[in-house]
Design a protein around this ligand. Structure first.
Ligand code: GRF
Length: 193
Protein backbone atom coordinates (compact mmCIF):
# COMPACT_ATOMS: atom_id res chain seq x y z
CA UNK A 1 0.00 0.00 0.00
CA UNK A 2 1.16 3.52 -0.75
CA UNK A 3 0.72 5.78 2.27
CA UNK A 4 -0.41 9.37 1.98
CA UNK A 5 1.90 11.76 3.76
CA UNK A 6 0.37 15.00 4.97
CA UNK A 7 -2.02 16.59 2.52
CA UNK A 8 0.31 16.72 -0.43
CA UNK A 9 -0.75 14.80 -3.48
CA UNK A 10 1.63 12.11 -4.62
CA UNK A 11 3.45 13.10 -7.79
CA UNK A 12 2.55 10.83 -10.66
CA UNK A 13 3.73 10.34 -14.25
CA UNK A 14 1.51 8.97 -16.98
CA UNK A 15 3.05 7.02 -19.86
CA UNK A 16 1.13 7.07 -23.15
CA UNK A 17 1.56 6.09 -26.80
CA UNK A 18 -1.68 7.18 -28.46
CA UNK A 19 -5.00 8.92 -28.00
CA UNK A 20 -4.68 9.52 -24.30
CA UNK A 21 -8.33 9.21 -23.33
CA UNK A 22 -7.31 7.45 -20.11
CA UNK A 23 -4.78 10.21 -19.53
CA UNK A 24 -7.61 12.71 -19.92
CA UNK A 25 -9.75 10.94 -17.36
CA UNK A 26 -6.82 10.70 -14.94
CA UNK A 27 -6.04 14.41 -15.32
CA UNK A 28 -9.66 15.24 -14.54
CA UNK A 29 -9.60 12.98 -11.51
CA UNK A 30 -6.27 14.34 -10.28
CA UNK A 31 -7.76 17.82 -10.08
CA UNK A 32 -10.50 16.76 -7.68
CA UNK A 33 -10.11 17.11 -3.93
CA UNK A 34 -10.46 13.41 -3.35
CA UNK A 35 -7.54 12.52 -5.61
CA UNK A 36 -4.43 11.37 -3.75
CA UNK A 37 -2.31 12.01 -6.85
CA UNK A 38 -1.26 14.95 -8.97
CA UNK A 39 -0.09 14.48 -12.52
CA UNK A 40 3.25 16.15 -13.00
CA UNK A 41 4.71 14.48 -16.04
CA UNK A 42 3.57 12.84 -19.27
CA UNK A 43 5.95 10.49 -21.04
CA UNK A 44 5.49 9.08 -24.51
CA UNK A 45 7.45 6.91 -26.90
CA UNK A 46 5.52 8.49 -29.78
CA UNK A 47 5.90 12.14 -30.61
CA UNK A 48 2.68 11.98 -32.64
CA UNK A 49 0.59 10.66 -29.75
CA UNK A 50 -2.62 12.69 -29.67
CA UNK A 51 -2.62 12.57 -25.91
CA UNK A 52 0.48 14.78 -25.81
CA UNK A 53 -1.76 17.74 -26.62
CA UNK A 54 -3.23 17.38 -23.14
CA UNK A 55 0.13 18.36 -21.67
CA UNK A 56 0.00 21.95 -22.87
CA UNK A 57 -3.72 22.27 -22.22
CA UNK A 58 -3.22 21.28 -18.60
CA UNK A 59 0.24 22.76 -18.08
CA UNK A 60 1.84 19.42 -17.45
CA UNK A 61 5.43 18.78 -18.49
CA UNK A 62 5.87 16.25 -21.28
CA UNK A 63 8.82 14.28 -22.60
CA UNK A 64 9.13 12.07 -25.66
CA UNK A 65 11.67 9.25 -25.94
CA UNK A 66 12.12 7.11 -29.03
CA UNK A 67 13.22 3.96 -27.16
CA UNK A 68 15.72 3.03 -29.88
CA UNK A 69 18.25 2.24 -27.21
CA UNK A 70 16.01 0.90 -24.50
CA UNK A 71 18.49 0.73 -21.65
CA UNK A 72 19.76 4.25 -22.27
CA UNK A 73 16.21 5.58 -22.66
CA UNK A 74 15.03 3.95 -19.46
CA UNK A 75 17.96 5.44 -17.57
CA UNK A 76 17.08 8.87 -18.94
CA UNK A 77 13.48 8.36 -17.89
CA UNK A 78 14.53 7.24 -14.42
CA UNK A 79 16.55 10.38 -13.95
CA UNK A 80 13.74 12.68 -15.12
CA UNK A 81 11.33 10.86 -12.81
CA UNK A 82 13.74 11.47 -9.96
CA UNK A 83 14.17 15.11 -10.92
CA UNK A 84 10.38 15.59 -10.79
CA UNK A 85 10.02 13.58 -7.57
CA UNK A 86 7.64 11.15 -9.26
CA UNK A 87 6.50 8.37 -6.95
CA UNK A 88 3.85 6.62 -9.06
CA UNK A 89 3.67 5.69 -12.73
CA UNK A 90 0.41 4.99 -14.54
CA UNK A 91 0.70 3.30 -17.90
CA UNK A 92 -2.24 4.35 -20.05
CA UNK A 93 -2.12 2.86 -23.51
CA UNK A 94 1.69 2.75 -23.35
CA UNK A 95 2.93 0.35 -26.02
CA UNK A 96 6.51 -0.27 -24.89
CA UNK A 97 7.54 -3.01 -22.54
CA UNK A 98 9.52 -1.76 -19.57
CA UNK A 99 12.53 -3.80 -18.50
CA UNK A 100 12.70 -5.82 -15.30
CA UNK A 101 15.40 -3.44 -14.08
CA UNK A 102 13.16 -0.39 -14.60
CA UNK A 103 10.17 -2.04 -12.94
CA UNK A 104 12.31 -3.03 -9.95
CA UNK A 105 13.15 0.63 -9.36
CA UNK A 106 9.42 1.44 -9.06
CA UNK A 107 8.32 -1.82 -7.56
CA UNK A 108 4.66 -1.75 -6.53
CA UNK A 109 4.34 1.79 -7.88
CA UNK A 110 3.55 1.13 -11.56
CA UNK A 111 -0.05 0.59 -12.62
CA UNK A 112 -1.44 -0.40 -16.00
CA UNK A 113 -4.87 -0.55 -17.55
CA UNK A 114 -5.70 -3.43 -19.84
CA UNK A 115 -8.82 -3.88 -21.98
CA UNK A 116 -9.77 -7.40 -20.91
CA UNK A 117 -10.76 -9.35 -17.84
CA UNK A 118 -7.27 -10.49 -16.91
CA UNK A 119 -5.89 -13.14 -16.66
CA UNK A 120 -7.82 -13.67 -19.88
CA UNK A 121 -6.47 -12.09 -23.07
CA UNK A 122 -3.13 -10.69 -22.08
CA UNK A 123 -1.34 -8.77 -24.82
CA UNK A 124 -2.80 -7.23 -27.96
CA UNK A 125 -6.08 -7.49 -29.92
CA UNK A 126 -8.05 -8.37 -26.81
CA UNK A 127 -11.50 -7.47 -28.17
CA UNK A 128 -11.05 -9.42 -31.37
CA UNK A 129 -9.90 -12.49 -29.46
CA UNK A 130 -12.74 -12.27 -26.94
CA UNK A 131 -15.28 -12.09 -29.79
CA UNK A 132 -13.67 -14.93 -31.71
CA UNK A 133 -13.98 -17.09 -28.60
CA UNK A 134 -17.67 -16.23 -28.26
CA UNK A 135 -17.17 -14.77 -24.81
CA UNK A 136 -20.33 -13.53 -23.12
CA UNK A 137 -18.46 -10.96 -21.08
CA UNK A 138 -15.45 -8.76 -21.43
CA UNK A 139 -14.16 -5.78 -19.51
CA UNK A 140 -11.08 -4.05 -18.26
CA UNK A 141 -8.51 -4.43 -15.51
CA UNK A 142 -6.22 -2.13 -13.59
CA UNK A 143 -3.23 -4.02 -12.23
CA UNK A 144 0.23 -3.52 -10.81
CA UNK A 145 3.01 -4.02 -13.33
CA UNK A 146 5.52 -6.77 -12.82
CA UNK A 147 8.06 -8.18 -15.23
CA UNK A 148 5.56 -10.52 -16.92
CA UNK A 149 3.20 -8.84 -19.38
CA UNK A 150 -0.27 -8.04 -17.99
CA UNK A 151 0.32 -10.42 -15.08
CA UNK A 152 0.78 -8.27 -11.97
CA UNK A 153 -1.60 -8.19 -9.03
CA UNK A 154 -5.09 -7.05 -10.01
CA UNK A 155 -6.35 -3.89 -8.30
CA UNK A 156 -9.77 -3.53 -9.92
CA UNK A 157 -11.82 -4.97 -12.76
CA UNK A 158 -15.06 -4.05 -14.47
CA UNK A 159 -17.05 -6.68 -16.30
CA UNK A 160 -19.38 -5.80 -19.18
CA UNK A 161 -21.77 -7.88 -21.21
CA UNK A 162 -20.99 -8.51 -24.87
CA UNK A 163 -24.03 -7.78 -27.04
CA UNK A 164 -25.33 -9.98 -29.83
CA UNK A 165 -24.04 -7.88 -32.71
CA UNK A 166 -20.91 -6.70 -31.01
CA UNK A 167 -17.93 -5.81 -33.18
CA UNK A 168 -14.42 -5.23 -31.97
CA UNK A 169 -15.00 -1.51 -32.51
CA UNK A 170 -18.22 -1.31 -30.48
CA UNK A 171 -16.72 -3.46 -27.76
CA UNK A 172 -13.60 -1.28 -27.59
CA UNK A 173 -15.79 1.80 -27.17
CA UNK A 174 -17.88 0.23 -24.43
CA UNK A 175 -14.84 -1.01 -22.57
CA UNK A 176 -13.07 2.34 -22.88
CA UNK A 177 -15.96 4.12 -21.15
CA UNK A 178 -15.46 1.76 -18.22
CA UNK A 179 -11.67 2.17 -18.31
CA UNK A 180 -12.11 5.88 -17.69
CA UNK A 181 -14.12 5.08 -14.58
CA UNK A 182 -12.04 2.31 -13.06
CA UNK A 183 -8.57 3.83 -13.39
CA UNK A 184 -9.35 6.61 -10.88
CA UNK A 185 -11.20 4.11 -8.67
CA UNK A 186 -8.21 1.77 -8.71
CA UNK A 187 -5.97 4.64 -7.61
CA UNK A 188 -8.26 5.39 -4.69
CA UNK A 189 -8.21 1.71 -3.80
CA UNK A 190 -4.43 1.60 -3.98
CA UNK A 191 -4.33 4.36 -1.38
CA UNK A 192 -6.97 2.62 0.72
CA UNK A 193 -9.40 5.46 0.09
C1 GRF B 1 -6.94 1.42 -23.80
O1 GRF B 1 -7.92 0.54 -24.27
C2 GRF B 1 -6.02 0.71 -22.85
O2 GRF B 1 -6.66 -0.24 -22.07
C3 GRF B 1 -5.07 0.04 -23.80
O3 GRF B 1 -4.87 0.99 -24.83
C4 GRF B 1 -5.99 1.86 -24.91
C5 GRF B 1 -5.49 3.25 -24.72
O4 GRF B 1 -6.46 4.21 -24.99
N1 GRF B 1 -3.89 -0.40 -23.11
P1 GRF B 1 -6.18 5.74 -24.65
O5 GRF B 1 -4.87 6.14 -25.30
O6 GRF B 1 -6.15 5.89 -23.16
O7 GRF B 1 -7.34 6.47 -25.27
Amino acid sequence: MVKLTGYKKVKTAIFISGTGSNLKSLIKFSKTNKSPISINLIISNNRRAKGLKLAKLNQIKKKVFNFEKKRKTENQILSILKEHKIKIICLAGFMKILSRNFIKKFSGKILNIHPSLLPKYKGLNTHERALNNNEKYSGCTVHFVNSKIDSGKIILQKKIKISKNETKETLAKKVLVQEHKIYPKAILKMFNL
